[in-house]
Design a protein around this ligand. Structure first.
Ligand SMILES: C[S@@+](CC[C@H](N)C(=O)[O-])C[C@H]1O[C@@H](n2cnc3c(N)ncnc32)[C@H](O)[C@@H]1O
Length: 179
């Protein structure tokens, strides 16, 4: 699921074809949020589908998000204030955050960078929720080994000191609660 081919206009159709349980994953990620969050940081907003589902569940949440794709950010800014063109590898916007959430984005980071990111999140956030493609016996989602670095859910949970709350096929949700 190379990030370089996403076009905001066709993204949702394509991702739903590549990730048949896409909508279930969004719901499972939001279901894993451990408390009603006020201040949320979203990493890799895409077209804002995760944001939309999160705000349906928590309409009073204030979401700041970032994405490294100028096309996605341009599109997102039609609907959301507080969207930044930035990479997850860059310094994060200043917290504290009640929740950091990221769906189908973390797997674009190498394992070392993921672990660094989780340490930085932990310093600033009360909770972290990750929904992503993971290693599984049957890999459903097409993987491009140059840009998709897929781990087991247990590895993700260990690195962020969290727990696996949901899994189906090659998708999983991991939640860590810090305070
Ligand atoms: C597959 S989309 C997921 C978007 C949304 N969360 C969803 O579930 O529909 C992944 C997004 O992460 C962004 N992305 C990839 N690598 C990134 C990075 N290193 N820093 C920030 N955003 C990144 C891509 O531009 C893309 O918009």
């Amino acid at each position: 699921m190379s990030q370089f081919h996403w076009n905001p206009e066709t993204y949702l159709d394509l991702i739903r074809a590549e990730v048949p349980r896409f909508d279930e994953l969004q719901r499972a990620a939001v279901d894993a949020v451990p408390f009603a969050p006020d201040r949320v940081l979203e990493l890799g907003m895409g077209t804002g589908e995760t944001t939309r589902v999160l705000l349906e569940a928590y309409p009073d949440a204030w979401v700041i998000g970032l994405d490294s794709s100028p096309e996605m950010v341009f599109r997102l800014r039609r609907e959301y204030d507080g969207v930044m063109l930035a990479r997850m590898e860059d310094p994060l916007p200043d917290g504290p955050w009640d929740l950091v959430i990221s769906v189908l984005s973390i797997h674009h980071l190498t394992d070392q960078v993921k672990q660094l990111l989780f340490r930085r999140v932990r310093e600033q956030a009360r909770a972290l929720v990750i929904g992503d493609v993971v290693q599984a016996e049957q890999q459903v989602t097409p993987i491009d080994p140059d840009v998709d670095f897929v781990d087991t859910p247990e590895e993700l949970a260990e690195w962020c000191d969290g727990e696996v709350t949901w899994r189906a096929d090659d998708l999983a949700v991991v939640r860590a609660t810090y305070a």
